[in-house]
Design a binder for this molecule. Structure first.
Ligand SMILES: [Zn+2]
Ligand SMILES: [Zn+2]
Length: 164
């Protein structure tokens, strides 16, 4: 995964539009994260006299089993980032840094880092997933079961006693 910016760096242009389809070449990483290998990298690189910065976004697809309803799902995730493009990494900087070597940026590690930072903590088909009913196993996203209505809550029993 190389981003070639040699021409841009030596030109008089002050900005470069980026729109690249990248593929993650790390089976272990893909298995661990349940990702599709294709990552779309878009954004713009800006050049001033003092620095070069990248204002970008990555988009990728998570294909996993929902932790709540156990259904297989695919979810598109996107995350924005700002990075400094540098010749040599500055260890004291807190910014994301992309190091240019021979006019190219090796993107592998940065993309993986951005993915780790943006992956949802829990694999859910949808943030509002209602899950499955613990009593009858029905997927509550598709159906409404009778279980909850028939269950008596002990707190209400006490209330009923008080009302008697
Ligand atoms: Zn779900
Ligand atoms: Zn139920």
């Amino acid at each position: 995964m190389m981003l070639k910016i040699k021409k841009f760096l030596s030109s008089d242009d002050v900005s470069l539009i980026v729109n690249e389809n990248l593929a993650i070449d790390d089976e272990e990483f893909l298995e661990e994260t349940h990702l599709d290998k294709n990552v779309l990298l878009t954004g713009e690189i800006f050049k001033t006299d003092d620095n070069v910065t990248f204002s970008g976004k990555i988009e990728y697809t998570l294909a996993d089993e929902c932790a709540r309803c156990l259904k297989e799902f695919e979810r598109r995730i996107e995350t924005k980032f700002q990075a400094d493009i540098v010749q040599k990494e500055d260890m004291e900087s807190d910014e994301i840094q992309m190091v240019v070597t021979d006019g190219m940026i090796r993107m592998d590690e940065i993309i993986k880092q951005l993915i780790y930072l943006s992956l949802p903590m829990k694999s859910l088909c949808n943030d509002d997933c209602k899950g499955i009913c613990p009593y009858c196993g029905v997927n509550l996203n598709n159906e409404i079961c009778q279980c909850e209505r028939n269950l008596t809550d002990p707190r209400f029993d006490k209330l009923k006693d008080l009302l008697k």
